[in-house]
Structure formats: C-alpha cells, structure tokens
Design a protein around this ligand. Structure first.
Ligand code: HEM
Length: 321
C-alpha cells in the first residue's frame, strides 16, 4: 500500500519535473524573470542610448531581426562573423547594408557581466528590434523569449531573402512559405516606415525598366526625378523609404497611395488589388497598422526557433561557442 503510494508520488514528481522542463525549454513571456531579470532593461537602455545618438539605427535593428528570422529561423545566425573556412550570412550582398551589430554586442556584453551564459543573442536581437520600434514612435508589445542560438551561418542560405525586384505574386509566395498571409505580408512591409535604401536597390526602375517603359510606370514622375538625383551621387547613396524615415508611423502606406514607394516591391503592393486593400486600410487607420504589425512581429519572432538542446547560448554573438 505504502509502496504503491510512493511509486505514484514518484510518478507525479516525474510528470511535474518534465512539465517544468518543458516550460523552461519552450518560449515564454518573462522567460528570464528568474534567471536574468535585468536582461530586458539592459537591452532597452542600450537601444535607447544608441538611438539618441543615431536614430537611423532603429531601422537597422528591425531589418536585422527580419533577416535573422527568415534564414534558419530566429537564431542569431545573422550575427555570426565569417571565418577562414566559411562565409557567413552577414557577408552576403543582401546583408551588406545591415547596421546595428555593435548595439547587440554592447547589450550582450553587459548582460554577460550580470548573468553569464544565460541570455541568447537571438533573444537580444528580438528584444532590440522590438524596442527600436517603440523608441521610434511605434507600438510596444511583449515578446516570448527563450530562443536558442544556432551554429549555422552560410552565405548561400541568404538566397531566400526577398529582393526588391519581386512582384506581389512572388512576395505572396515567399511570405506564404513562412506561414504569412497576404495581410501579414503587407503589414510587415510597413517596417519600411523606417530607414532608407541605397540607389542600387531601386535604380532598375529609372531606366530600361521593361520592354515598353524606360521608367517604371508605377512611379510618380517628380518622385522619379528625385530618385535619379540620388542615384547621380552613386549606387550607395541612400534615400528614405518614406518621408519620415525615423518615425514609426503609417506615412509609408500613404506614400504608396501617391506612387512614391521607393522599392519596386513596395509599390507593387499598391498596384495589385490583392494587396492594395490592405495598403489602403493601413493608410487610413494607423492604429490598425500598429495592432496588426505587433501581432505579425510576434509571429515572425517565432519562425523556426530553436529550443533547449537544439541550440546554445552563444557567449560572443559573433562566434559559435
Ligand atoms: C516584403 C519584402 C521585403 C523586401 C523585398 C525588402 C527589401 C529591402 C531592401 C532592398 C532594403 C534596402 C537595402 C539597401 O538598399 O541597403 C530594405 C530596407 C529595410 N527593410 Fe526591407 N524588405 C522586405 C521586408 C521587410 C520586413 C518584413 C522588414 C521588417 C519586419 C523590413 C525592414 C527593413 C528596414 C527597417 C529597412 C531599412 C534599413 C536601414 O535603413 O538600415 N523589410 N528592405
């Protein structure tokens, strides 16, 4: 009788323990509440300080998180440096203009000083992108944490990043492969409310566009002229993606309505009726844009995340342990 009671008790403890392990391994809100409660405030302060010095870095952090998540899942793989034997994601042409690595390094170092080996680089990047949106005037949202860092970072994987020459059919397909619907594609593209693109990303719209047009017909003619002026200063010259490049707002969607989207891929969201209705909705209603954006960002932040033994806590975000 007593023996069977003890066996049952042991079984119960085992179930509870495995449940606890599962909880620890899985992503959750407040994942570091016990192990490193200072992590979130550190990231927030480091991002805040950095953006006070250079507000354009908010765009860099947001884009970096996107490029991390779309390749190998949100596992900090974009942060890894190339080695003698392997060229990493960050050295791909699609990533050469990524900015903000030093912000992640600084937050990581301060967190390691407080709680060594506990907080992943993937989580630091996800938190930094979240905070960058908020400090630029966008919505604040809570994100689940507990992503583990990956060890693979290969230039060839970045072929799966979207090019600015893609039309809506291709964008819908690519985002669909990551589980996003058409509305989520449009709302995530709203990230282009922050930041800039270099001439090399849009100059194909300005001459020899297609067999019947020299200049992209979906482009406002005055805006096309100012794009050409930018490009006259060289391929690396940046031009804002919307009229308020450091403010997270819905001006990007209003610009698309005026055919003043800088990237072909952005303007095609207004040209295609499947996506245009969402552009119009977000242009009319900023609160709706903010609400849907935060939901889509939480979803993006969960793409193919590694949990528990599937990854590691990198000690230096630029190197696998
Ligand atoms: C829909 C497909 C997308 C395409 C084709 C695309 C493409 C681009 C391109 C070509 C640039 C300019 C790069 C340069 O010239 O240096 C850019 C910048 C940017 N992208 Fe995207 N992007 C897409 C979606 C996203 C998403 C989903 C996010 C974030 C959630 C994002 C965030 C950004 C930000 C913030 C910038 C500005 C970066 C800076 O100023 O440093 N993009 N994107």
């Amino acid at each position: 009788m007593i023996a069977s009671y003890v066996v049952k008790l042991l079984m119960l403890i085992e179930v509870l323990m495995s449940g606890a392990r599962l909880h620890v391994d899985a992503l959750s809100m407040g994942y570091y509440d016990m192990s490193c409660p200072i992590a979130e405030p550190i990231v927030r302060d480091v991002v805040d300080q950095a953006l006070r010095q250079d507000p354009t870095l908010a765009a860099g952090l947001l884009r970096m998180h996107f490029h991390d998540c779309f390749i190998q899942g949100c596992d900090g793989s974009v942060l890894i440096d190339s080695t003698r034997d392997s060229t990493a994601e960050k050295d791909s042409p699609a990533n050469l203009s990524l900015r903000g690595y030093e912000i992640i390094d600084q937050a990581k170092q301060m967190i390691e000083d407080q709680c060594p080996g506990v907080v992943s680089c993937a989580d630091i990047l996800a938190l930094a992108a979240r905070d960058a949106v908020f400090f630029s005037g966008g919505p604040f949202y809570d994100i689940p944490q507990g992503r583990m860092d990956g060890s693979r970072s290969k230039i060839e994987d970045t072929i799966n990043l979207p090019a600015p020459t893609l039309n809506t059919t291709a964008l819908i397909k690519m985002f669909g492969q990551h589980g996003f619907n058409i509305e989520e594609l449009v709302v995530l593209s709203g990230a282009h409310t922050l930041g800039a693109a270099r001439c090399s990303s849009f100059k194909h719209r300005l001459s020899n566009f297609d067999s019947t047009h020299d200049v992209d017909p979906n482009l406002d003619s005055n805006f096309a002229k100012s794009m050409s002026r930018t490009c006259s200063q060289g391929d690396n010259t940046p031009m804002p993606l919307d009229p308020t490049r450091n403010s997270f707002d819905n001006a990007y969607f209003n610009a698309l309505q005026r055919r003043m989207g800088l990237l072909f891929s952005d303007q095609s969201l207004f040209a295609d009726p499947q996506t245009r209705r969402f552009v119009n909705a977000f242009a009319m209603n900023q609160a709706m844009f903010f609400f849907n954006f935060q939901q889509a960002m939480v979803k993006m932040g969960l793409l193919d995340v590694k949990e528990g033994d599937e990854g590691e806590i990198r000690l230096d975000c630029r190197k696998v342990n």
